[in-house]
Design a protein around this ligand. Structure first.
Ligand code: 4GO
Length: 253
């Protein structure tokens, strides 16, 4: 998958490109991340990308023209990398609190793209006409404001990259399905056997895989009911999970 990031702080993206599972996905060429600095598309001596807002008020607004040039360049680079350039295959995405919320299910949908062009704003945001002309989709991480779109863009990339086929080990892909199937994750334990007076739940040491799977599911259910009743409301069990839930209801009586 191809990612073009448009940002005045391209150095920030070293953290996703150079480390961990996302770094390995880049090295193994499952993913390409290219940064494009809109300052390189300015025409004035000061390389200005921001200006004061029409109508007055505090802060600065990113100007449309350098960003338009940067997006055009991103599209031509994406095309060179084999991306089909339309919103169904390589959308231009603007990270902003006004966007659609990112969820594990929207993340999984995004793994189908050839690539994405991620637009990162700064200051008070971007001239609305640039957004109207170029942006296919606006995405938000949640109801809070940040100083730039760079961290949200990296969160989006990380969440999509980890769902690409062959980026993570098989054991992991089974695990992460917990959120997609709508429940919170179960607790995890490792060595030592005892810590702070607490020992590892006995069932996990039993080697009985069916019991372990059942126990983990029960833990997921308990946690989800307690911490996220909204998720529990919306949950639909698989056939196996329905059996476990029946057994659980019986033992509760
Ligand atoms: C995205 C961008 C928050 C989010 C942002 C979010 N803040 N909740 N700030 O995903 C325009 C200038 C938006 C700074 C940017």
């Amino acid at each position: 998958m191809y990612f073009a990031v448009i940002s005045i702080f391209p150095e920030m993206f070293a953290s996703i490109r150079d480390f961990g599972i996302t770094g390995r996905a880049v090295t193994q060429e499952q993913v390409t991340i290219e940064c494009i600095n809109p300052r390189d598309y300015t025409t004035d001596n000061y390389r200005r990308i921001d200006e004061r807002p029409y109508g007055g008020g505090p802060g600065m607004v990113m100007m449309a023209e350098p960003l338009a040039q940067a997006i055009e360049d991103a599209k031509s680079r994406a095309s060179q990398r084999g991306c089909r350039i339309d919103k169904a295959h390589c959308p231009v995405i603007y990270m902003s609190p006004q966007g659609q919320r990112l969820t594990e299910s929207s993340v999984v949908d995004m793994t189908q793209y050839d690539g994405m062009i991620l637009l990162c704003g700064r200051y008070e945001g971007i001239d609305e006409r640039l957004l109207a002309e170029y942006v296919d989709m606006e995405v938000s991480l949640g109801d809070y404001v940040l100083t730039g779109g760079e961290l949200p863009a990296m969160v989006l990339m990380d969440s999509v990259i980890r769902r690409l086929p062959d980026v993570m080990g098989d054991d992991q892909s089974a695990q992460q399905d917990s959120f997609v199937d709508g429940l919170l994750d179960c607790p995890h334990y490792t060595k030592p056997h005892e810590f702070a007076g607490m020992s590892v739940p006995e069932v996990l040491l039993s080697g009985h895989h069916a019991n372990i799977a059942k126990w983990r599911f029960e833990q997921q259910v308990t946690r989800t009911k307690e911490r996220r009743p909204d998720l529990w409301q919306a949950f639909t069990p698989t056939a196996q999970q329905a059996k476990w839930l029946k057994a659980l209801a019986k033992s509760d009586r």
